[in-house]
Design a binder for this molecule. Structure first.
Ligand SMILES: NC(=O)C1=CN([C@@H]2O[C@H](COP(=O)(O)OP(=O)(O)OC[C@H]3O[C@@H](n4cnc5c(N)ncnc54)[C@H](OP(=O)(O)O)[C@@H]3O)[C@@H](O)[C@H]2O)C=CC1
Ligand SMILES: O=C(O)CCC(=O)C(=O)O
Length: 476
């Protein structure tokens, strides 16, 4: 399969195609992706810039139709596209199909948002004057997306951008061109004017900074690593350009003595290891009070041993491979760092299976302290640590002792502690008796502190980023 770039409504096979490798089996080359250079990027931005006024003038019905069509198509093809997703990213088939369905629901939700454009008409403080407050499109939005949710994250950026009347240039992660291509191919049949949606695949370090700094691009929405995000924020700040960043997490999951132990173990197993731990919402710090600590560790260790690791496309697999060799090395390095810091390691070894892929066993690091690197830095793999604490107050203090603030969870049957945690956990999302990862598609997503910057993504709150508020005064 050859993945081409979509520029101004035409498909271009630019540059030498980059191989799209299956992380479950590196002998399986799924396709080759076009690599855009400066010229192709420039053409894509020019196309979006020319098309933006057309789409800004579209009716709510036109926007609804395009988004509803895309959502319906994704839902109808979720098995086929879920298979592609699992094959190129490595999450299990059930997770891959689930993610495509989620992308479909996101488009359906924003189809509805296109019809629900709101505004205010108010009386002026001056006699006879009318005031109207409306939302107008931002213009051209550059979307830079990561590899860990290769269809849902592009969906939750493209869908609100289009619903609110913007044109986009999508730069997906290098490792997952197949899903981006499939999504944009569907959008190219959705009745949008040429140039409203453009796809440029190519090295992020080369074309990314150009996309961010181009004066014709009015706003940037980014999800990925902290260092890349910081660079983008600095460039957008200097250009006084609107920017939205979703970055890392070091998400705490508090387990109190009074928790339902089975529920807590299931929530931590899911939060820490599902999707191979490659979620910015992953539960990477398990903070457990001393009365339940040993029973919790024993039960979670047993559950980890029963988690089949293997080829993402094998229906028996519950944890697929790591996305690539570099990420696998990073994960294994962190396991060794934790051991050297004095942590006790269970699992975390590289696995050699019949297929030549990037496999490792899930890792649990016990007997850790808050100052260890394993409790401060994001690993982005199936590696979780356990911190033993005296009581709820210490648990909350440890949970908040991080530079990140994306998601925070608590497992407890105490309404008092759950309510206090919801109010006092310094995170954008709080979960009670649920994994820190796995969020709904119709409500805001985002964090505090070093995890996020700018307006929230998703739900009705997405309007904040994808529109500019205009206040009009009329003397009739
Ligand atoms: N919070 C999250 O959801 C995610 C966090 N991460 C974290 O980041 C680490 C590294 O992952 P990685 O994929 O390399 O993350 P990056 O931040 O490097 O990549 C994210 C996106 O940004 C692009 N990009 C890279 N460099 C630039 C640049 N200078 N300017 C603009 N865009 C750029 C990438 O393109 P390209 O792919 O072509 O390099 C990709 O599309 C992981 O180990 C993990 O810790 C990673 C993914 C998601
Ligand atoms: O947990 C989720 O459902 C979403 C996580 C996510 O968006 C991410 O890891 O980038």
């Amino acid at each position: 399969m050859e993945y081409r770039n979509l520029i101004g409504g035409d498909w271009f096979a630019c540059g030498t195609g980059r191989a799209n490798v299956n992380p479950s089996d590196v002998t399986d080359i799924i396709g080759h992706a076009a690599q855009a250079g400066e010229g192709e990027l420039d053409a894509a931005i020019a196309a979006a810039h020319a098309a933006a006024p057309l789409w800004a003038a579209s009716t709510p019905q036109q926007r609804f139709d395009a988004l509803d069509f895309t959502g319906a198509e994704l839902l109808a093809r979720k098995e086929e596209l879920g298979r592609l997703l699992s094959r190129e990213e490595g999450k299990t088939l059930a997770e891959g199909i689930g993610e495509v369905a989620r992308a479909g629901q996101i488009f359906k939700f924003f189809a509805g948002e296109a019809l629900r454009q709101t505004g205010d008409r108010l009386a002026s403080v001056r006699p006879g004057v009318e005031v109207e407050v409306t939302r107008t499109p931002v213009g051209v939005v550059g979307l830079i997306t990561p590899w860990n949710f290769p269809i849902a994250i592009p969906a939750w950026k493209i869908a609100p951008a289009l619903a609110h009347g913007n044109a986009v240039v999508l730069k997906p992660a290098d490792l997952v061109p197949g899903c981006a291509h499939a999504l944009v191919e569907i959008l190219s049949c959705a009745g949008l004017p040429a140039g409203v949606v453009n796809l440029v695949m190519g090295r992020g370090s080369e074309i990314g900074p150009r996309l961010v700094s181009d004066a014709r691009v009015d706003a940037i929405s980014f999800t990925g690593s902290v260092p890349t995000g910081r660079g983008i924020a600095a460039a957008c700040g200097a250009a006084m350009k609107k920017v939205q960043l979703e970055m890392g997490g070091k998400n705490p999951m508090v387990v109190l003595d009074d928790a339902d132990l089975d529920l807590a173990v299931a929530a931590c197993l899911n939060g820490a290891f599902f999707s191979t731990g490659q979620r910015c919402t992953a539960s990477s710090r398990l903070i457990v009070t001393e009365g339940v600590h040993d029973r919790f560790v024993a039960a979670l260790t047993a559950a980890m041993r029963d988690l089949p690791v293997g080829d993402a496309l094998d229906p028996a697999t519950q944890m697929g491979p790591v996305v690539d060799a570099r990420q696998l090395e990073q994960n294994l390095d962190y396991v060794e760092i934790a051991r050297a810091e004095g942590g006790t390691v269970t699992g975390g070894e590289r696995l050699v299976l019949d297929k030549d892929g990037f496999y490792m066993a899930p890792a649990l690091i016990t007997e850790t302290t808050p100052d260890m690197r394993i409790n401060r830095e994001e690993v982005f793999g199936p590696v979780a640590s356990v911190l033993r604490v005296r009581d709820y107050d210490e648990a909350l203090a440890v949970a908040n002792d991080t530079e990140f603030g994306l998601s925070a969870g608590i497992c407890s049957t105490s309404l008092k502690h759950a309510s206090h945690f919801k109010a006092n956990a310094r995170a954008g999302m709080v979960m009670v008796n649920l994994p820190t990862a796995g969020v709904d598609y119709h409500v805001p997503f985002g964090g505090t502190k070093g995890s996020s910057y700018g307006a929230r993504e998703q739900g009705t709150y997405a309007a904040e980023f994808y529109t500019t508020v205009k206040t009009a005064y009329t003397l009739p």
